[in-house]
Design a protein around this ligand. Structure first.
Ligand code: ZN
Length: 189
């Protein structure tokens, strides 16, 4: 890698979060963040780096752990020589935590990849989805984790302390297991 190229990459990397330049850096590092047509698998010929797949993640989460999560996924993809074949099906928030749906990967890394995804799904449930600070409250009309500061700005929202919320969630399970979710959900929702 020439020095000029390296300098250019550094410049992109340090560009503001969400900018076209920073997105170029993300897509250079993690090509699977380039949106592909879900049906044809084709890249949009007009794709202009105004967004990446990672933009579907709420801002607070994306800023706090989004790139770290990509890096951990990338390590496994590299190991399996799967970087160019990996696809994001959908990234979103559901019931207050991250959902990350992806394409199939080689057996040799599936279990470890699912563990990485699950780890960040659990972290997300306790991270303010607006600003990324540790969450202290859960909003009740639309289940989401909030920090005190962001929650204080929501005049009409009802909140529950996060520990109470999680405790209530666990109660129905006699075996002590916490709620869990499946990581494969092809379309919709
Ligand atoms: Zn916040």
């Amino acid at each position: 890698m020439s020095n000029e190229f390296k300098d250019w990459l550094d410049e992109l990397k340090n560009a503001p979060d969400g900018s076209v330049d920073h997105n170029r850096w993300l897509c250079y590092k993690y090509p699977w963040l380039i949106p592909h047509n879900r049906w044809t698998d084709e890249e949009d010929p007009e794709y202009d780096y105004n967004y990446t797949e990672l933009d579907s993640m709420p801002d607070g989460w994306r800023r706090t752990f989004g790139e770290q999560m990509c890096e951990e996924i990338q390590e496994l993809l590299k190991e399996a020589d799967w970087v160019d074949k990996y696809r994001i099906l959908q990234i979103k928030e559901k019931f207050g935590s991250l959902r990350w749906y992806d394409s199939s990967v080689p057996e040799s890394i599936r279990e470890r990849l699912d563990k990485v995804i699950q780890k960040y799904e659990e972290i997300s449930a306790r991270t303010c989805f607006i600003c990324g600070a540790p969450a202290t409250k859960i909003s009740m009309s639309w289940i989401c984790p909030w920090c005190d500061k962001c929650a204080a700005e929501q005049e009409y929202e009802a909140f529950e302390p996060i520990e109470k919320y999680f405790k209530d969630q666990e109660t129905p399970y006699a075996d002590g297991a916490t709620f869990r979710w499946v990581s494969i959900e092809p379309f919709g929702h």
